[in-house]
Design a protein around this ligand. Structure first.
Ligand SMILES: [Fe+2]
Length: 238
């Protein structure tokens, strides 16, 4: 099997994972603090009460996607800032920022990447996925995007044993999250309940998909969002 399967056990003990394919195809994977996890869970509850669907704006073929809010700006402090604290990711992030600045002229390119004020949260939503449903290959708008896995009601190991999957040479796919690089290399993030509370942040243009899962009525819950570069950093061409 050619798929690269990323073992989530490397996330235990507060460590993180960085994978590089190219300057605009990389991702960073880490675990949220328990406080941040509880905060995002609470925000999902509030989103359910507000019930603002954004499914028609998204690629997902899933039950529902609801708009979320981030009143304490945890997306910046708990998702974006950890990326800058990762030494390997930081170097790549600097090159990615340079690439983005060239395509979106910025008023002040000398601002250090250490400044979180370069980046702001543009959108945040919760995904409710039932068995058989999927999220086809897509990318996002913005500069950086992220996903937080909140509830994974199945394990990759169980899915791979299903009759119609176990003989496949791509048996690593069911229920998993897969990044797809332009040269068709895959980076498969294995999903099981231990991934609850983990997140990935990646360039918004980096294509990815979520395969269907089977054999449970429980809902898979993830949160996704997009960061953009602040408008006041982008040159006004008027
Ligand atoms: Fe996505």
């Amino acid at each position: 099997m050619s798929d690269q399967l990323l073992d989530d056990t490397c996330l235990e003990g507060g460590s993180n994972v960085f994978r590089y394919q190219s300057d605009d195809e990389w991702f960073y994977l880490a675990r949220l603090s328990s406080d941040a996890f509880q905060y995002f869970l609470q925000q999902v509850g509030l989103a359910k009460l507000r019930n603002q669907s954004i499914s028609s704006e998204l690629a997902g073929c899933i039950s529902e996607s609801l708009k979320m809010q981030d009143p304490s700006a945890f997306a910046i402090s708990e998702i974006f800032q950890p990326l800058l604290r990762c030494v390997k990711a930081r170097d790549v992030f600097r090159r990615y920022l340079d690439l983005s600045i060239r395509s979106n002229p910025i008023k002040n390119p000398d601002i250090a990447i250490d400044s979180e004020y370069k980046v702001e949260l543009w959108s945040l939503w919760a995904n409710f996925q039932s068995q058989y449903q999927y999220n086809p290959i897509h990318n996002h708008s913005g500069f950086l995007s992220f996903v937080i896995w909140m509830k994974i009601p199945y394990s990759h190991e169980e899915q791979a044993k299903l009759d119609f999957i176990r003989n496949s040479n791509a048996s690593g796919t069911a229920g998993n999250f897969v990044f797809m690089a332009r040269d068709f290399r895959k980076e498969c993030i294995i999903m099981n309940p231990s991934m609850e509370g983990c997140f990935s942040i990646f360039p918004s243009s980096y294509r990815h998909q979520v395969f269907p899962f089977y054999g449970t009525e429980s809902i898979r819950l993830s949160i996704a969002g997009n960061f953009g570069l602040k408008e006041d950093l982008v040159e006004d061409n008027a």
